[in-house]
Design a binder for this molecule. Sequence first.
Ligand SMILES: [Zn+2]
Length: 229
Amino acid sequence: MTWIPVRIDFVEPGTQCHRIANGRHHGFKTSTATILLNEDSGQEYPFGPVCAQHMVSDKSLLRGIPDFTTRDFTLEEGEGDHGSGGKGGFQGADASDAEKAHAFAKRYLMLRMDRVANIPGIQSRIQYAPLEKVYAEFLRTRELTDDASRHIIALERSEKTPVIYRSNHLLDVYTAYVQLNRRIKEVKPGSYLDTLVSIRDNSLLKRLKLSEAQIRAAKLRLHPQAFTG
Ligand SMILES: [Zn+2]
């Protein structure tokens, strides 16, 4: 069975690692996990960082894995594996510059074409038609050529790309969306719930922006620079 590292991402609170270690499953302290793709079934499953190392034979793929949790400043809660939330970097601290560049390019491609673009109700301008071909090729091979990687990084940095469509801003949108949804699930019906839903639907999804007051009201734990650009 072949397992392909796809990304480090948020998981629903209470999610368990897919690998049984010492006869039992474990959870994730930060509700973030390493997502691996089972090549035979085409299904994705969550793993802790140590368990992911056991499943994947080519460890360089784990060093260059795109991390969608780097702008999350949630504190650790409960028992289980540490995610990478709040650490502010890619999982592979020992990754080479080339591996980091590839991980950045893959993550930006996935943000623009899938992770943020496919959030229900989000504005439609995130998905970027000129990237469709390279994204289709990426889904087929799960790799980027050096040329494709350079092209994607140049697009992210281009002056023509508005700040709200750059990597960190889209990560902040994604992180805020995950945290808002978690809070919306916990809160009882009433005016506070209405406020949270309005912040999500009218500000975050339509305008890709949150004010300092909204971040405070929703008690979001974001990067200190989130939404300041
Ligand atoms: Zn595990």
